[in-house]
Design a protein around this ligand. Structure first.
Ligand SMILES: [Ca+2]
Ligand SMILES: [Ca+2]
Length: 239
């Protein structure tokens, strides 16, 4: 009987170690958080691609006491086609494989705004964009300089309204959420690492961005291992 109690305590201790150890993997880790309250774009690099109405004008502005990033030129190329490039504000270079990118976006212009992620270089990345004029929300990948549409719908964003866009890339599944509602769920493993992210505009004079949050997401295998440990513990404890 005493031996049994001792064994239970040892098992509990072992479990505590397992939980503590795996906890470090289970917790999402913040890779980047920027609410632009610093008033600067330190750490960000602008990349202009649009041949018309450039250059870009990126900065930080105060909207009713909230500091946000703004792009205020109408820079664009290939308007209305799948390409619709313009300018982006780039950051990070990460080899993390499972991740989430969240940000708030708003525009007083009716053109393209969005987010680039899984960015390996200027010819290889994922891009989610929204357009009021062309009434669509589109997830694309650019591979070797050529865009392919992965998912699209026919909904226009509302001018001057903040939207939260969240993208998760976990085990080759790309999920796009708008205001916490799942919009797209696509399987694609072309770009397996986070790479860089980009705050994206095309012909969007006064595109606003805020609350950029990039996190690593725990791998399913870590969670499975923890559940396995818990199951073993439960079985022993039941005896
Ligand atoms: Ca802010
Ligand atoms: Ca415009």
């Amino acid at each position: 009987m005493q031996l049994q109690i001792l064994k239970k305590h040892q098992l509990l201790l072992a479990l505590a170690f397992i939980v503590a150890f795996l906890g470090s993997f289970i917790n999402a880790e913040v890779i980047l958080s920027d609410d632009f309250s610093s008033g600067t774009l330190t750490g960000w690099t602008s990349v202009d691609e649009g041949a018309t109405s450039g250059p870009s004008i990126w900065g930080v502005t105060n909207l009713s006491g909230n500091m946000v990033a703004i792009q205020s030129s109408n820079i664009y190329s290939n308007h209305g086609s799948d390409i619709h490039i313009g300018s982006y504000l780039k950051r990070l270079s990460s080899s993390v494989q499972n991740y989430s990118v969240s940000l708030d976006v708003m525009s007083s212009d009716d053109d393209y705004n969005g987010i680039m992620f899984g960015y390996q270089n200027s010819s290889n990345y994922y891009r989610f964009s929204i357009s009021n004029q062309f009434a669509n929300r589109t997830l694309q990948k650019m591979v070797g300089g050529t865009f392919t549409t992965l998912a699209s719908d026919a909904v226009a964003f509302t001018l001057n309204q903040w939207y939260n866009i969240k993208v998760t890339v976990i085990d080759s599944y790309i999920k796009v959420y708008v205001d916490n509602s799942l919009l797209f769920n696509v399987m694609d493993s072309t770009f397996s690492t986070l790479g860089s992210i980009g705050l994206y505009v095309s012909a969007s004079q006064n595109g606003y961005f805020d609350n950029v949050l990039v996190q690593s997401v725990p791998e399913a295998s870590s969670i499975a291992l923890l559940l396995f440990g818990l199951a073993i513990f439960a079985l022993h404890y039941k005896k």
